[in-house]
Design a protein around this ligand. Structure first.
Ligand SMILES: NC(=O)c1ccc[n+]([C@@H]2O[C@H](COP(=O)([O-])OP(=O)(O)OC[C@H]3O[C@@H](n4cnc5c(N)ncnc54)[C@H](OP(=O)(O)O)[C@@H]3O)[C@@H](O)[C@H]2O)c1
Length: 228
């Protein structure tokens, strides 16, 4: 069904990102697995199958982003799905949060997602098809009180706002949505979390394959719309 469709997943080497990569590969996508450590990414990609390739993509390094975008565009002129999954959880409370730590969270969780969304949504608009999935968090929801660690809540709320503004900016068959995976057993979520990475990935995979009449510019958990 998705043969000849190409998906890019940032932070695809472990955790929820890896479960999304595997799920999309199982659904027939060719998958570009973004990772910071290419030899680790290569090993993960080849263990999944021939339709997954790793590309070095460190979202905090300008040259890495530019190199990766040039490399991906040369090899895959058409990206059908972008999953902005990579993220960091800065724990410092607001009173102690340094400007540098906030900026670093903003760069990975929000600004890099903006850059990739703009780059690929423009391509998708010319191609007439695209799905962008931003992996956000309930901790970035105003409706839930923004109760997470300061830099995390601020950066995920920014990612949510970027999702909405981006979705408002493209018409046609381009769907740009955000989702919360729930509390997931990964390095970030810890081993007490209630969901497996596969469960955390499910809604993202569903959003990557939305039909043309599906919504855009919305926030989801468990395949249901939730409040921003
Ligand atoms: N786990 C949860 O309970 C939970 C809940 C809500 C939302 N989320 C969100 O889900 C997404 C995935 O989280 P996870 O739990 O799978 O986290 P994780 O296990 O800590 O994995 C994070 C991934 O992001 C990558 N990454 C971090 N900084 C990066 C950078 N500067 N450039 C490129 N890649 C970078 C990591 O790469 P390296 O391997 O190189 O470090 C890793 O692949 C995140 O956006 C997170 O905020 C998670």
């Amino acid at each position: 069904m998705n043969e000849n469709k190409v998906a890019l997943v940032t932070g695809g080497n472990r955790g929820i990102g890896l479960a999304i990569v595997k799920g999309l590969a199982e659904h027939g996508f060719d998958v570009v697995l973004g990772c910071r450590n290419l030899s680790q990414g290569d090993a993960v990609a080849s263990a999944i199958g021939a339709n997954v390739i790793a590309v070095e993509l460190d979202l905090s390094i300008h040259e890495s982003r530019h190199r990766a975008l040039a490399h991906i565009s040369e090899r895959f002129p058409k990206i059908d799905v972008l999953v902005n999954n990579a993220g960091v959880l800065e724990e410092a409370p607001f009173a102690q949060l340094s400007n540098e730590a906030l900026m670093s969270s903003m760069q990975t969780n929000a600004f890099a997602a903006f850059e990739l969304t703009q780059y690929f949504a423009n391509q998708m608009a010319s191609n007439g098809y695209g799905r962008i999935v931003n992996i956000s968090s309930g901790w970035g929801a105003f409706s839930d009180g923004l109760t997470g660690p300061a830099a995390y809540s601020i950066s995920k709320a920014t990612l949510n706002a970027m999702t909405k503004v981006a979705a408002n900016s493209y018409s046609g068959d381009i769907k740009i949505n955000a989702m919360c995976p729930g509390w997931v057993r990964t390095d970030m979520g810890g081993m007490s979390a209630t969901r497996s990475p596969e469960e955390g990935a499910e809604t993202a995979i569903w959003l990557a394959m939305l039909s043309s009449d599906a919504p855009t510019g919305q926030f989801f958990r468990d395949k249901k719309q939730i409040d921003w």
